[in-house]
Each structure stands twice: as structure tokens, then as C-alpha cells.
Design a protein around this ligand. Structure first.
Ligand code: MOS
Length: 732
């Protein structure tokens, strides 16, 4: 099915099941430990072996030799596969860095060997005995030092945009801001580590793994192993978080496949936590310069956003300027990205790539500008709202209610009680409020599904869609239930298996809307199969209460299916509506903080997000996405930072002891409000994504609240105590 015209009324609009607060259908299996994650697959008849990966101890250079004699003699060892043994492997389509094979080292902790033993402990102990000689080369590891060497990246990354005459307008503006902001490298830090079990059957491989994108992984694993894609079977039904870290094939999958081949037994490989930040991928650090010029009325006349980031050769920029192309009005504007070559681990997508770090800067800049103008920061944003793409004014937004989010949020949060900067004290706490706009584009991806109806009247959905904790199982069940006129408990959902139709996968907050649209399309086919079989007119047919009704004729779905059952399969494809109309999601983040006047410690007291993201398919799972994202934004504001060793080229704090993420005690009462809206341009579901929107802007709202509390403006994330302490008022 192609979605090429705005949606009209369809069976989803009944909202008997879709839009309802249905609890996760996979919740019980997860909370009782019966959901099987990648590393846990266990067939009692199979003697699994364990592979322990070895990472490069240099950041750039070559592996000269690997001595594994001592490893092979260690207890329980079954074999070793080294990067020199396998030679150069072809790199898949999606990774920047190579994962394994050959002598070249592109980054620290790149996999250089896997040691296979009867037990995990034996493999780990033996791996410590490996001796590797390297020829290290000088690398480039410091973004600040490389900033001047940064170049405009590939045209495919859309590195630059412009409209009007920025320089002239900025020079003429009576009120201006010109400020630099930095965001650090961040780690996905999902709970479940990257893990794979590989089992060969002749020349075919089955891999249980933890992947957001089954088909991308299948394609790249086949390429890397040099086998046909049809010989690769991937399974990833449950995933303990991804945040973008599992979008692309990772080393655990390649090592498990090669290790299993080597010893002729199934092998399990998990990346040890301390190897993950350097072996895999991260959100690249940015340096961002923002210039805004406005009339005294507050109307923006000039806006420029430039961003510098780094990546390995062949990589791309962190697209931190993207939201600035669309968020605020202003006739004269430029955005530009510059990319430096860095020999750090691969920089790539992490939750809301672009907008998340971009808004961390832009939404502080807006707060600073409002202050210069003597305006309320919400009023300033509302004044500069736009209903069209400001770079291409003939292109409207499909639906945009940023103003509604900000107004409702202000009212619900008690914005009128925001203190004057640096004036509110409660004991040792300086108290303040901050706001930021949230903005994230709504992307769509082709998505397929197969829907089966059996003689019990059970509807089974099969798609290679993944559920990374987001609620995919549940919203897919709701969609099929709505379409087929059954209750959710009559729907079985099977996900994450490469034998199923190729779906959108989980990424870019496109999963929910795209994957349910694919299920919608498949259900349309199944409805047609049912009406064709019954010989009834498909225009007056109603599917409800587990029955097909047409005029006076009523047939149960079970009976309609018959002993052989019926199947519908289709893929939702997307026409030009994302080109003719700018599709985005919007929100307002409101935060209250207390900052300890003596220690500079920030405690978040309250958080509110108001989101406008089309139809909300399930308010429980959607809220869960947003509060999780708000939590991640708290980490980004206050603690998360991969610390770069700029001499040796690696992230020093490469575990969850050193890379701090928020815990329950860091997070206060959180509230989420969804505006009641539908976007007929987005899909037949009229829904958009919320999984990344919830993160966009949060950190800036916290930074702005800290400023309101203390009068100290910090432009370098994370806002740790040391950056506040020396500037706090003297209380001695
Ligand atoms: Mo997201 S960074 O596309 O998983």
C-alpha cells in the first residue's frame, strides 16, 4: 500500500483499542523473567561455548603479531580467532568503522581477537594471556584542537542551508547574541549489553542477537561473512534498550559467527560493559556557535547555527543544526556543519541524533536572547513561531502546535511563579524554573507485516519489527485488534525474526507510526481476503466483536478463517507527503531545580513535558517513552560525558561506574501531557513518534532553570558542580 494522500476516516478512527491505555502485552513475560534476551537463549541439548572478545589497546595503527600460544594452553580453551587469521573482511553498508578483520586498527578497543572456551570464566581468564604487538600511529583525538581543520562534509549530509542575507540582518539588529556552546561525547549506556549467539547449520547461520534493525544487520552480517543474505537467520525478539547503539551490526555478532564456525559449536559472545563505549559507537561531541539578531519587539530577523563535530574517516557529522532550520521564524538565516577527522571510536546515531545536542545549545541561546530582550522566554518563542518551513516558506508544516504545548505547559507548571533570576532561596537551595521547546522531525520508513487469521479466530501478526522497550508489541496488537474487530487478547504478535516481512525497525522515532502502518496495510489485505472468501461486498462490511458483518449476514472470524486460515501481507510505502509538508513533532519542557548554594549540587525538583505528536497510540507506552527520555535529558544536562584521553585516544570512563547516568534518586516527579491531536499527513494511523521528542530540549530546560536559580550561565555540558561552584554567590 502506498500512503500518498492525507488519511481520511478509516477503521483505526474507531479508537476502540488504539489510543487506549493498554498495558504491555509482553509486560508479564518481562517482569517474570520469561522473556528471553539474546545471551539467554538456551537449548538444553546444545553445548554452548563462550567467546570473550579482546579489544585493541592502541587507537590507531596496525597489529603486527598476535601470540596466542599461552591462551590455547589455558584450561577449557577451545580456540582463538584473531583479526590477523581472518584477514580483511568486507565492511557492511551501515558501519563507519570496520568491526573485525585485518591488521589495521582504526580505534581503541576495536575487536582484535575472540577467545573461545567451555565457560565464560575460562574464556575471560584465557583472553588475558594474549600477547599482541602493535605499530601505533599518531592519531587525532581532540575536537577542540581539530576544529580549525574541520571541513564541510559530504553533500549527502546536507551540511549547509541559507535564506536571505544573514550577515546584513545580524549587523543591523539592535539586539544580538553570539555565543558558543559545547556538548560532550555521550554513550548509549543501554541496560542490555550487545550480545549474540551464533549457530551454524552447514552454510547457514542462525544468530540470536540484540538488534534494533533486523534487515540492516542481516544485510551487513551476510556481507561481512561473505555469504548470501538468505543464509542468515536473525532473531531478536526482546531487546534491553538500544538508543541507537544497536541500529547497526556490532562486533559481538561477527565474533560469535566466526567463533562458532571455528569450533563447530554454537558460541555466545557478549561485549563486556567496559568494552562497549570504545568498541561500539557513541554520540559525538559538538562545538556549536549560535548567533541570533532580533528587533526590540523580539522578532527574530537573523539566526545562524554552526556546529563542529568529529568522526573517523568516512563518517558523518552530528547534525546538530537541523532543528534550527525549522523551529523558529526569521527571514535571514544560515546553518552549517563542519566535520573534523578524529581517530576516536565511531560516532553515530544516539537517540534524537542532531536535535538532542542541537537543542541543548539552541534552547539556551533562546533563553539568553529572551533575557537580553527583557522578554519572558515563552513569549519570545511564541512570537517567533512559524507555521511554514522558514527556509522554504511555500512548504507548510503538516500540523504544528508548539504554541499550544508552551501555553498549556506554562499554565500547568505554574510558570507565573517563576522567580526573578537568582532571587529565590529555600534554606541552602537556590530555586529556579526553566523552559525549552522540544522539536524532532517525524520520519517514516517502509514497513511490512503479515497477519494470519486461524480457525480459533486468533489474529497473529508477524513482522521483523523490534521492541527495544518501547512498546512495539502492544501497539501492534492494538492496531491489529482495531482493524480486525477483536480484543487485544485475541492477537498474538511475533517480532524480531528475519523470516518475517521487513519492517521499519526501531530508530529515529519512526518505529511506532511506520510499523503500525505496515500492520494496518497487512490487515487491509486480510480483510479483503476474508470478504473475498465469504463473497461479501467489502464496502459495507464491518469487523467487530470477532465477527464479520455485512447487512444481515454475520460470520465469526473463526468460521471465516476455516481450517486452513487466511493471510494478509503487505508493506506500507510512503509517497511525497513528507516532501510537500514538513512533518515534525513538538513539545515544551518545564523544569524546576534547586541548586545547593554551598556545593553547587543541582537537584531536579519537578519536570513537565507537553507533547504534540499526532495521535497517541497508547498513552501508557507513550508516556513511558517520554519520561525515559526526560530522564536521559537529565543525564545529559547534569552528568553524562565520555571523557576523552586526548593523548592515547580513548574514552576513559568506559563503564557505568565512571559514565554516570541518572538513577531513581536523581529523578523527581515527572508529568507528561499529550495534546489531543491527529496528523492525517503522517499515516493512516495519524500518529507520529514520541520516543526521541521527549529528549529534545530537556537538558536546555534544566540549564535554563539552573540559570534562573543561580544567575550562572553554563554553556558547556554537562553542568557539573565545578562549573557552577566558583561563580555561585558567596555565602560565607
Ligand atoms: Mo535512534 S538514534 O535512530 O535508535
Amino acid at each position: 500500500m502506498e500512503f500518498d494522500k492525507p488519511a481520511t476516516t478509516n477503521p483505526i478512527d474507531q479508537l476502540k483499542v488504539v489510543g487506549k491505555p493498554v498495558h504491555r502485552i509482553d509486560g508479564e513475560s518481562k517482569t517474570t523473567g520469561r522473556a528471553i534476551y539474546a545471551y539467554e537463549w538456551h537449548d538444553p541439548k546444545v553445548a554452548y561455548a563462550y567467546g570473550y572478545p579482546v579489544g585493541s589497546s592502541i587507537a590507531k595503527g596496525r597489529v603486527l603479531s598476535i601470540d596466542s600460544a599461552a591462551v590455547r594452553k589455558a584450561p577449557g580453551v577451545l580456540g582463538v580467532v584473531t583479526t590477523l587469521d581472518v584477514g580483511d573482511l568486507e565492511k557492511g553498508k551501515y558501519n563507519t568503522a570496520k568491526l573485525f578483520g585485518g591488521s589495521e586498527v582504526q580505534h581503541y578497543h576495536q575487536a582484535v581477537a575472540v577467545v573461545i572456551a567451555e565457560t565464560f570464566e575460562q574464556a575471560r581468564a584465557a583472553a588475558a594471556l594474549i600477547r599482541i604487538d602493535y605499530a601505533a600511529e599518531k592519531g587525532r583525538f581532540d575536537l577542540k584542537a581539530e576544529k580549525t581543520s574541520a571541513k564541510t562534509p559530504e553533500p549527502s549530509t546536507e551540511p549547509e542551508s541559507a535564506a536571505g542575507d544573514f550577515q546584513a540582518a545580524f549587523s543591523a539588529a539592535p539586539i544580538t547574541l553570539d555565543a558558543e556552546y559545547t556538548t560532550p561525547d555521550q554513550s548509549h549506556a543501554m541496560m542490555e549489553p550487545h550480545a549474540s549467539i551464533a549457530a551454524w547449520n552447514g552454510d547457514e547461520i542462525t544468530l540470536w542477537t540484540s538488534s534494533q534493525m533486523i534487515d540492516w544487520w542481516r544485510t551487513d552480517l551476510a556481507t561481512t561473512l561473505g555469504i548470501e543474505k538468505e543464509k542468515v537467520h536473525l532473531m531478536s525478539p526482546f531487546i534491553g534498550g538500544g538508543f541507537g547503539g544497536k541500529l547497526f551490526l556490532r562486533a559481538d555478532a561477527v565474533l560469535a559467527a566466526l567463533a562458532a564456525k571455528k569450533i563447530g559449536r554454537p558460541v555466545k559472545v557478549a561485549l563486556p560493559r567496559p568494552m562497549i563505549p570504545n568498541n561500539t559507537t557513541h554520540r559525538p561531541a559538538t562545538i556549536q556557535r549560535i548567533r541570533i539578531g532580533a528587533e526590540r519587539s523580539g522578532k527574530i530577523t537573523a539566526i545562524a547555527h554552526e556546529s563542529w563535530s568529529g568522526d573517523l574517516p568516512g563518517g558523518g557529522p552530528e547534525p546538530a543544526v537541523m532543528q534550527t532550520r525549522l523551529l523558529y521564524a526569521g527571514e535571514n538565516r544560515i546553518t552549517a556543519m563542519k566535520l573534523a577527522t578524529l581517530d576516536l571510536p565511531e560516532g553515530n546515531a544516539m537517540r534524537a541524533p542532531g536535535e538532542a545536542p542541537g537543542l541543548m545549545a539552541l534552547e539556551i541561546a533562546m533563553d539568553e536572547m529572551a533575557e537580553k530582550l527583557g522578554m519572558d522566554p515563552i513569549e519570545f518563542r511564541i512570537l517567533n513561531d512559524t507555521q511554514v518551513d522558514p527556509e522554504n516558506p511555500e512548504r507548510p508544516f503538516s500540523y504544528r502546535d508548539l504554541v499550544g504545548c508552551l501555553k498549556l505547559g506554562a499554565q500547568k507548571f505554574g510558570w507565573d511563579k517563576r522567580p526573578r533570576t537568582g532571587t529565590k532561596r529555600e534554606g541552602n537551595w537556590m530555586v529556579g524554573m526553566g523552559v525549552a521547546a522540544a522539536f524532532r522531525n517525524n520520519l517514516v520508513m517502509p514497513s511490512g507485516a503479515r497477519v494470519k487469521l486461524d480457525a480459533e479466530g486468533t489474529v497473529t501478526v508477524e513482522t521483523d519489527m523490534t521492541d527495544i522497550g518501547t512498546g512495539s508489541y502492544t501497539i501492534i496488537a492494538q492496531t491489529a485488534a482495531e482493524m480486525m474487530g477483536v480484543t487485544v487478547d485475541k492477537v498474538a504478535v511475533q517480532l524480531g525474526d528475519s523470516r518475517f516481512p521487513v519492517s521499519a525497525g526501531s530508530g529515529g522515532q519512526f518505529g511506532a507510526n511506520s510499523a503500525t502502518s505496515g500492520v494496518y496495510a497487512a490487515c487491509v489485505k486480510l480483510r479483503e481476503a476474508i470478504t473475498a472468501k465469504l463473497g461479501i461486498n467489502s464496502t459495507d462490511v464491518v469487523f467487530e466483536d470477532g465477527q464479520v458483518k455485512s447487512g444481515s449476514r454475520v460470520v465469526s472470524l473463526a468460521e471465516a478463517a476455516g481450517p486452513d486460515g487466511l493471510v494478509g501481507e503487505d508493506t506500507m510505502e510512503w509517497g511525497d507527503l513528507t516532501k510537500t509538508h514538513q512533518q515534525s513533532t513538538f513539545g515544551g519542557h518545564f523544569v524546576e531545580v534547586g541548586v545547593d548554594v554551598a556545593t553547587g549540587e543541582t537537584r531536579i525538583r519537578r519536570m513537565l513535558a507537553v507533547c504534540a505528536a499526532g495521535r497517541i497510540l497508547n498513552p501508557i507506552t507513550a508516556r513511558s517513552q517520554v519520561i525515559g527520555a526526560m530522564t536521559m535529558g537529565a543525564g545529559g544536562a547534569l552528568m553524562e560525558e565520555l571523557s576523552v584521553d586526548t593523548r592515547h585516544g580513548f574514552f576513559v570512563n568506559h563503564d557505568l561506574a565512571g559514565y554516570e547516568v541518572p538513577v531513581h534518586a536523581d529523578i523527581p516527579h515527572q508529568e507528561v501531557i499529550f495534546l489531543d491531536e491527529t496528523d492525517p499527513y503522517s499515516s493512516p494511523m495519524k500518529a507520529k513518534g514520541v520516543g526521541e521528542l521527549g529528549l529534545c530540549g530537556v537538558s536546555a530546560a534544566i540549564a535554563n532553570a539552573i540559570y534562573n536559580a543561580t544567575g550562572v550561565r553554563v554553556r558547556d555540558y554537562p553542568i557539573t558542580l565545578d562549573k557552577l561552584l566558583e561563580k555561585l554567590p558567596d555565602v560565607a
